[in-house]
Design a protein around this ligand. Structure first.
Ligand code: PRP
Ligand code: URA
Length: 209
């Protein structure tokens, strides 16, 4: 069984508190999400393998280490996952980006796919699936299923805020996928929103409400 990682770094917690505040506007919300995504990427890549190489410094030749593992793919779940892409690319600039478009049907709360465009060699990549909100877990679970149906097997899920229901659903459907979150919240309300959460991440990012 893969692990659930709650990233409690003080900078992440501080920035997340600012994002939760309903008076924080879209510009600051976007900047904070990008910054947190970058900080989370630092932890998410902690187990990436290294290999030894030889480098000549201005002083002498030395043995040192560089990344040796699979190439990386970043897969935002549209729309709100887009807000985390640049933060991750700041740390992993060579990563390719694949997009999976899903929205939650407001009645059933089940995800509906409307877009999918992935790198050609997606199966060979270490994939980081990103979405700020893990509520019922329907969207993340479906996105991971799509990736597995296309042959992907090395997948991590990175979310800002999770509800226990969402974590349980993803873990049940995808026990092989490590989940990284900045906060575990209390529960879902009757509309499937995370409590206390931060509201609708997509609307707050893009100013659509
Ligand atoms: C939000 C969020 C997740 C999903 C989480 O997206 O960004 O994708 O809800 O809910 P779930 O865990 O219950 O599936 P939404 O469907 O509102 O679409 P948007 O990103 O386009 O706003
Ligand atoms: N999607 C959001 O944007 N926020 C929630 O709290 C739940 C789903």
């Amino acid at each position: 069984m893969a692990s659930l990682h709650v990233l409690e770094h003080p900078l992440i917690q501080h920035k997340l508190s600012l994002m939760r505040n309903k008076n924080t506007g879209s510009k600051e919300f976007r900047e904070l999400l990008e910054e947190i995504a970058m900080l989370m990427a630092y932890e998410v890549t902690r187990d990436f393998p290294l290999k030894e190489i030889e480098v000549e410094t201005p002083i002498c030749v030395m043995k040192t280490k560089v990344l040796a593992g699979r190439k990386v793919g970043v897969v935002p779940i549209l729309r709100a996952g887009l807000g985390m892409v640049d933060g991750i690319l700041n740390l992993i600039p060579a990563a390719r980006v694949g997009h999976v478009g899903l929205y939650r049907d407001p009645e059933t709360l089940e995800p509906v796919e409307y877009y999918c465009k992935l790198p050609n060699d997606v199966q060979e990549r270490e994939l980081i699936v990103i979405d700020p909100m893990l509520a019922t877990g329907g969207s993340a679970s479906a996105a991971i299923t799509f990736l597995k149906q296309r042959g992907c097997s090395h997948i991590k899920l990175v979310c800002l805020i999770a509800a226990p229901e969402g974590v349980a659903r993803v873990r049940k459907a995808h026990p092989d996928v490590d989940i990284f979150v900045a906060a575990m919240d209390e529960c879902l309300n009757d509309h499937g929103y995370i409590v206390p959460g931060l509201g609708d991440a997509g609307d707050r990012l893009f100013g659509t409400k």
